[in-house]
Structures are given as structure tokens and as C-alpha cells.
Design a protein around this ligand. Structure first.
Ligand code: NAP
Ligand code: MN
Length: 266
């Protein structure tokens, strides 16, 4: 068994990652950063996003696990004081794996530059410098609306509790294979009209945002910002790849949502 550990560089996470490595080596589990079968992130949800991008070229070979050093996260099941139990579970290798949909992003360019392809675990947003973003939203090649506003967010089910939620998107159970388009401050008045509510599309559909010519668009792919002067369109669909998590315990999704956003009400 080969394991890689990714931490977020914070003092506590570095310490926990080091302890975890010692425990793994004690059990003769190999640390292999290049071709791991398990990738353990130590930190927060943001750290798991980073781990995902480090290993996005090996998604079919890798199972992810998250240790959280702060509060309970959406991608993290283990607490930093449960490392022994985590290592014992790994060693027995009785992991069930759960798989969740991820987002396929294709950025097209105006000047004939070859389109670029990315994967997102949480979401991708399109924004424009300081002026109103104008873009035609097409669903499976049919024009749906002309959007004017600050931008658009397209998220996965596991990303629905992140940025998407802040812009009024719905929280979607990750067992649902879908992606969600949410508006960021759309202009709506007698002249300009958009649907005004988030939409959720399914497996055989795609969303394309055809952008008005401008040189100041910024496309975010999770934490990565793509800035290019000649972006003409961004196309989104559910990726053919999925992310696999090793799950040794079941944390009820709605309990996570409650824990993160509502608390116990006392
Ligand atoms: P960050 O600015 O440190 O993260 C913002 C917060 O989002 C952190 O509390 C992070 O949790 C949390 N988060 C990340 N993924 C989540 C998920 N799937 N469900 C619920 N909460 C989640 O940046 P980061 O840690 O590198 O994470 C990047 C993500 O932050 C982006 O993909 C975006 O979704 C989100 N974000 C949200 C806003 C907003 O809501 N206005 C603004 C910027 C970024 P941890 O503390 O556990 O890392
Ligand atoms: Mn973070």
C-alpha cells in the first residue's frame, strides 16, 4: 500500500502530518508522493482541494481521505487525535469507497488558441474585472438567457455548500449526479432579464457561457485563477472522471450540513 500526505503548511497540520507519517511507517505502509493509492490531506476542506488538484491526473487510481485540524469539514472525516484509528483502518484495508461527481471545464479562446481543459472539485466561477459581465448562457447548445451581472458560479454537489451557498444556491446531496449554475448579482429590470434562480442540470447536458468580447475575464477553478485576455467561452459539464473517497465510517451528509451551518441550537 502506498500513501501520500498533503498538508496546508500550518504549524499544527505540519505536526499532525509528521505524526501520521511516523505511524504509517511503523506499520510498514509506504509513503509515495508520485504514485499513491491513498492520498491523505491534513488541514481543512481547502487542503483537500489542493490534494485533489495535485493528483487530478490519477483520480481513477487514488482514494482520498481527509484529516481536519480545525472544525469538521465537508471533505474531512477524521480528527487529528484519531490518527491511530485511521492508520489501523488503512492497514486492514476495509475501505468502502464513495465516488462523487466533479466538474469538467473547457475554456475557449478568441484568437484560435487551443481550448484549455480543467477539473474542479468545488466550483468554477466566471467574473469580469470591474464592469458588468455580459454573456449568453446556452444549455446543451440552445440559447437560454443573456446574463448581465457580476458573474456566474457552476458547482458540484460537494461544492454546493461552499461558494455556491453564499450566492444563494441550493445544497445538493453528493449522491446526485448534477451540476448547479448560480447567478452572482444579476442585473434584472425591465430591459435585462435572467431566470434569477439557480438551476441544476443533469448528466447529458452542458452549460456554455459565450462571453462578450473583453480582455478582463477571470475564471476560477476552485482555488486556481485563470486570467487570459482572449477568453471567448467557458463550457461546463459533469466530468467523466469522479473523485473517490475511502470511507471507513459514514458521516450523514445532512448532519455535516447542520453541524457546519446551524449548530445544535443551544
Ligand atoms: P478559503 O477562503 O480558506 O475557504 C473559504 C471557506 O470555504 C473555508 O471555511 C473552507 O473550509 C470552506 N470550504 C471549502 N470547500 C468547502 C465545501 N465544499 N463546503 C463547505 N465549505 C467549504 O479558501 P480554501 O480553503 O482554499 O477553499 C476554496 C473554496 O472556498 C472555493 O472553492 C470556494 O468554494 C470557497 N470560497 C467561498 C467564498 C464565499 O463563500 N464567499 C469566497 C471564497 C472562496 P476550510 O476552512 O475547512 O478550508
Ligand atoms: Mn481554507
Amino acid at each position: 500500500m502506498k500513501v501520500a500526505i498533503v498538508n496546508n503548511g500550518e504549524e499544527n497540520s505540519v505536526r499532525v502530518a509528521k505524526r501520521l507519517m511516523e505511524l504509517l511507517l511503523d506499520e510498514k505502509i509506504k509513503i509515495d508522493e508520485n504514485t499513491p493509492e491513498f492520498v491523505i490531506s491534513v488541514g481543512g476542506d481547502g487542503t483537500l482541494l489542493k490534494a485533489f488538484h495535485n493528483y487530478q491526473h490519477r483520480l481513477s487510481e487514488v482514494k482520498f481521505l481527509g484529516v481536519h485540524t480545525g472544525h469538521l469539514g465537508f471533505y474531512t472525516d477524521w480528527r487529528d487525535f484519531e490518527l491511530e484509528e485511521l492508520v489501523a483502518s488503512l492497514k486492514e484495508n476495509r475501505a468502502n469507497s464513495v465516488s462523487y461527481p466533479i466538474l469538467d471545464v473547457q475554456i475557449g479562446f478568441r484568437d484560435g488558441t487551443k481550448s484549455k481543459h480543467y477539473l474542479a472539485l468545488n466550483e468554477s466561477t466566471i467574473r469580469r474585472g470591474s464592469r458588468t459581465l455580459v454573456g449568453d448562457v446556452l444549455i446543451s447548445d440552445e440559447l437560454f438567457e443573456r446574463f448581465r451581472g457580476d458573474g456566474l458560479s457552476i458547482s458540484t454537489p460537494t461544492g454546493s455548500t461552499a461558494y455556491n451557498k453564499s450566492v444563494g444556491g441550493a445544497v445538493i446531496h453528493p449522491s446526485i449526479k448534477a451540476i448547479q449554475l448560480a447567478e452572482i448579482a444579476s442585473l434584472n429590470n425591465r430591459v435585462f432579464r435572467t431566470l434569477g434562480s439557480p438551476i441544476v442540470i443533469g448528466q447529458n447536458e452542458w452549460v456554455k457561457v459565450a462571453l462578450q468580447e473583453s480582455d478582463d475575464y477571470a475564471v476560477m477553478i476552485d482555488q486556481l485563477e485563470i486570467k487570459a485576455e482572449n477568453i471567448s467561452s467557458v463550457c461546463y459539464r459533469i466530468a467523466s472522471e469522479e473523485i473517490h473517497f475511502a470511507s471507513y465510517r459514514h458521516t450523514h451528509f445532512w448532519n455535516r450540513v447542520k453541524d457546519a451551518f446551524i449548530g445544535d441550537g443551544e
